[in-house]
Design a protein around this ligand. Structure first.
Ligand code: ADP
Length: 370
């Protein structure tokens, strides 16, 4: 059992750098939670406060209901896997994995049992005699994870563990860590700037920006119900398109006017957009929610010029320009397009989002934080 709770946690570094502000997070027992956000948003600092590697400036940290603020790292029953692996170069894989147990004076036979078990789980049994320099990046990462497993910790913490691996290996290790989570049934907190890692691995995502939590929720909840423009643009790939549009009333109906074309909000959207008549808002539409049509859809057509064609095999990405703005759309690979062509797209309005231009908050829907 290991539940981790952050209550109003904040961090101010020397020199008055505020790295984290009022973080409230509950990581349930056996949950895989990812902290995600751009570089410098405070995710590593938050993780390091959980590990005990940074002092907590404000707030309270609980593990299984016990206040941890002043408990030294070695007594928190936590194991951390770092981006740079932090392996001892002069020690064999076996000794690297055994080291933490040796300094805790664990019985020799027990150390052997745990190292062999971890090596079996990670499929590195044949590498136990090697030194780290004789290992590939992926193997080193496995050893670093192995060193955490042998400790049998209550909580695993990962700080960008896959950043140093090439793209193919990252995809493989991503799946391995997810698999490990299911097998060990451990509580895991994982820090990354990569939203794809966050989406694919987590039960729950904590999106951070400028030291502040923006939203917490399951991957699909955040994808479908982003609380603001930042979360909307951060979750999803290629990212959501944003177009500035003016809300106008025409013949008793609300219209979102882009300048080059007009779109018709759904009835529900129109109700909330009423207070924006005459104002500009940000219209958000994901590339996958722009549907190519040969003939324009009445009242809801985006006619745009193709500037770039990116065939990816399973799908093709089109970069499209309105008179003043640009978007990306995903289309089927078999459409024959030419650069410079004009093409019609129907935005799936029920999936579209509108954002207030001043607050960046989502308009038209009540979104929860969890
Ligand atoms: P992330 O992990 O999201 O990239 P960090 O938690 O590392 O972000 O950093 C958050 C902010 O705190 C940044 O502005 C960073 O420059 C600052 N920071 C991090 N470590 C220190 C430190 N030891 N001293 C002063 N400022 C720091």
């Amino acid at each position: 059992m290991a539940k981790v709770e952050l209550k109003g946690i904040g961090k101010v570094y020397d020199g008055n750098v505020r790295a984290v502000d009022n973080a409230n997070i509950v990581v349930e027992d056996q949950e895989f939670v990812v902290f995600v956000g751009p570089s410098g948003c405070g995710k590593s600092t938050t993780l390091r406060m959980v590990a005990g590697l940074e002092d907590i400036t404000e707030g309270e940290l609980y593990i299984d209901g016990e206040l941890m603020n002043d408990v030294p790292p070695k007594d928190r029953n936590i194991a951390m896997v770092f981006q740079n692996y932090a392996l001892y170069p002069h020690m064999s894989v076996y000794d690297n994995m055994a080291f933490g147990l040796k300094i805790r004076k664990t019985d020799k036979a027990e150390i052997e049992r745990r190292v062999n078990e971890a090596a079996r789980i990670l499929d590195i049994e044949k590498l136990l005699d090697r030194k780290p320099k004789a290992l590939s990046g992926g193997q080193r990462q496995r050893v670093a994870v192995g060193r955490a497993i042998v400790r049998n910790p209550k909580v695993f913490l990962f700080d960008e563990p896959l950043s140093n691996l090439d793209a193919k290996l990252r995809v493989q290790m991503r799946a391995e860590i997810s698999d490990l989570h299911h097998r060990l049934k451990a509580t895991m907190i994982y820090v990354t700037h990569d939203q794809i890692e966050a989406m694919t691995m987590s039960d729950k995502i904590v999106v951070m920006k400028d030291g502040k939590i923006q939203q917490i929720g399951s991957p699909l909840y955040l994808y479908n119900h982003p609380i603001n423009k930042f979360v909307a643009g951060f979750i999803g790939s290629p990212p959501m398109n944003f177009l500035t549009v003016k809300i106008v009333e025409k013949g008793g109906k609300l219209i979102a006017d882009e300048g080059s074309f007009e779109m018709t909000p759904t009835e529900d959207q129109a109700k909330t957009l009423k207070s924006y008549i005459g104002k500009e808002v940000s219209f958000g539409i994901r590339p996958e929610d722009l549907v190519y049509t040969k003939t324009p859809t009445p009242n809801n057509n985006m006619q745009m010029k193709i500037s770039v064609i990116e065939p990816l095999g399973a799908e093709t990405h089109l970069h499209l320009n309105t008179k003043t703005q640009s978007v990306i759309a995903i289309t089927a690979p078999d459409n024959k397009f030419q650069i410079g062509d004009t093409a019609n797209f129907t935005p799936q309005m029920e999936k579209a989002k509108f954002f207030d231009r001043e607050t960046d908050l989502t308009i038209c829907e009540v979104v929860k934080s969890e």
